[in-house]
Design a protein. Sequence first.
Length: 568
Amino acid sequence: MISGLARRLVREELLSEEEALESIEHARKERVPLPVFLFSQNRLDSRKVAQEASEEFGTPLFDLSVVNKDIFPKGVVDQRLVQKHYSLPIYIRGNRLYVAVSDPTNLHALDEIKFNTGLSIEALLVEADKLQAAIEAYLASEEESLGDALGGLDEEGLEGLDIETIDDEGNTDEENNAEDEAPIVRFVNKVLLDAIKIGASDIHFEPYEKVYRVRFRTDGILQEVARPPINLGSRLAARLKVMSRMDISERRIPQDGRIKMKITRTRAIDFRVNTLPTLFGEKVVLRILDPSSAKLGIDALGYEDFQKQMYLEALGQPQGMILVTGPTGSGKTVSLYTGLNILNTNERNISTAEDPVEINLEGINQVNVSNKVGLTFAEALRSFLRQDPDIVMVGEIRDLETAEIAIKAAQTGHLVLSTLHTNSAPETLTRLLNMGVPTFNVATTVSLIIAQRLARRLCNECKKPADLPAEVLKEEGFYDIDVPEEEISIYEPVGCSKCNGGYKGRVGVYEVVRITPDISRIIMNGGNAIEIADAANAEGFFNLRTAALRKAAVGVTSLAEANRVTKD
């Protein structure tokens, strides 16, 4: 039975009943509104159809041609919905969005737009031909805006990328490639690819009141790379949330997710994604987790020869505790994973508790800590000890309970690796004591402490010698670092096409302290961090400042960079 607009067109003898039925069927198959189908087939004048629809449904006819198309609110409605429902946002007044449609009875379209935007929807009836032309211009302008925003982002190699998402249980799901031509999808993919190519560690999508910016953290420093139109911010956040399997309808609380991007058949990059509701929208930060960084090998990390030897000797012990310390972003995870890779053999049972697991290591049992379900570091450790472990890694010792279980594991024939957030190796020991760990347990269980920072490495293509007077070298401490004066060769950054402001990559700066009998006695006697540091210095262990100056003295990094990462 014919109803609605088709019935009126038949009644007005603009269509026969057979033509009406046929048009309804074809419009349904092509998934377009009836007025759009009639216009595309040149069966009826769009103006006449719109007038009949206006009278049939009591909806005023809006003249789209008198509206300045430059003021259409871009980025408010997902481009996919504009194309799917032939519905175009015209303007916003308060919390109400006015949408141009050729079929006001398509309530499903209006409801979906309302859900997507969170706004009340008011339908404006327009002619199908004018609506189609306006939609084409609107989509073209959005793509052009995104093209401008891409700036220097590299499109080369984008084709053939395979985007996958990972849920909390580790299940993956390929994205629908049919949508890959959408400007928002292409923009996000280009940003991710370009970040990987230049070796960025983090990507920041940041909304502000008048601008929206995208920044990369490269070699520890944030740099702006693009400024998409501010009205696309919500769509960029929604796209990233879809890729990360987050709840796109929830914008009031932070969320976490993961993305996997296949670069080649044998290489994939993981992204750890976090959203944060801010004053002007959701900020999204992606941490780039490259599994290859965990397989660099200990020689590539920047240890001095004797420091590397101490680390390898501690890894070779059947029991004890190795602690890695430093601020967020100082490379602690890579140091730990490098050690785990050395230990990872068929003869050993290795278990790790992490929050979250950043890089998947084959052959190692990795557990995601989740306080929401009661799986804390302490609970994971208790379970590990019931599963015949040889080596245990705890992502971070945060409280006395975790510290006590980790120390008990180290005292009962297990090698334990973990991290703390302290500034130096001596402070790590006092932090454990301040947590409430007995001095005897600290002195007899901890075997090695590594405090570290990451300094930017000078570009070998453009660095130049720095002319520093002797008094500056003395003041900075270069004459106290066990490097002959005639061998000190300090360089400074210049900048070229192959680097980032004179720097390319990063190198670790390490303070590696073995717990010797003398240091153990100081701990047992209740000594403080200063006394432990003096004892470590007397034993010949470099502190962070000395290690950084040694890197600068041989031209690996600059004096300015050594000061940035180690000078208070």
